[in-house]
Design a protein around this ligand. Structure first.
Ligand code: PEP
Length: 249
């Protein structure tokens, strides 16, 4: 099945009104010839800026996290309905930095995934193993466990309205990229696990790779049969670098 590639930027906690203005203007102008889809996931305070600067542009935009709760006394949290009300399309859930720094367990990530879907957002579900887990040869078990929490919570059919990102933790922000073969192996494993529950649906699910993707390695990574684009951290902050990755779709 042919799947449209997607390159999504994860700005993390970076940016300012002035810096974003030039970045978004350059990205918006530079994607005209890009074959795949593009998106940026920005810090909450800059959603309004992304919405206004990207209006009418093919670049979609969204947030980096969402509350698992619908509403209530959850100081500092932002609900799916708020993001959706605002016009966001995407939201990242389960990024490894949320899992490791903020205690987002598999169950919390599954609840956030469900909350995002319920609000009509497209969750980008991140899964991936740490270096210790890879060295202990438990990559498959870890990634399967993370995925199965979502399958249990929302059902396999929910993946038709979601995107998965395989992000080996040891490759995020480290400059170390998984080799195309290493990434492809895990992507194939994720797709096979989905196929076990729904073969037809598995062929249509987009699985992005994330972890030190650059213009110089994007083409080879995106050329793998089960890699459908990338989730991009550091390189999404520099228009030229991000556009070079987008061009590799
Ligand atoms: C990320 O944070 O999702 C990521 C992939 O970061 P980087 O591209 O900087 O490794």
């Amino acid at each position: 099945m042919s799947r449209t590639k997607l390159v999504a930027g994860n700005w993390k906690m970076h940016g300012s009104l002035a810096v974003n203005l030039s970045l978004l203007t350059a990205v918006g102008a530079g994607v005209a010839d890009v074959r795949g889809q593009t998106a940026v996931c920005v810090p909450y305070p800059y959603l309004a800026q992304a919405r206004s600067l990207l209006a009418g542009s093919p670049v979609a935009w969204g947030a980096q996290d969402v509350s698992e709760h619908v509403q209530g006394a959850y100081t500092g949290e932002v609900s799916g309905a708020m993001l959706s009300d605002f016009g966001c399309r995407y939201v990242i859930v389960g990024h490894s930095e949320r899992r490791s720094c903020y205690g987002d367990t598999d169950a919390v990530v599954a609840a956030k995934f469900a909350a995002a879907l319920k609000a009509g957002l497209t969750p980008i579900l991140c899964v991936g193993e740490t270096l210790a887990e890879r060295e202990a040869n438990v990559t498959a078990q870890v990634v399967t466990r993370q995925l199965e929490a979502v399958l249990r919570g929302s059902g396999v059919g929910s993946l038709a309205r979601a995107v998965i990102a395989y992000e080996p933790v040891w490759a995020i922000g480290t400059g170390k990229t998984a080799s195309p073969a290493q990434a492809q192996a895990v992507h194939a494993l994720i797709r096979a696990r989905i196929a076990r529950d729904d073969d037809a649906l598995a062929g249509g699910v987009r699985i992005l790779y994330g972890g030190s993707v650059k213009g110089s390695n994007a083409k080879e990574l995106f050329g793998q049969p089960d890699i459908d684009g990338g989730l991009i951290g550091g390189a999404s902050l520099v228009a030229e670098d991000f556009l070079a990755i987008c061009a590799a779709t």
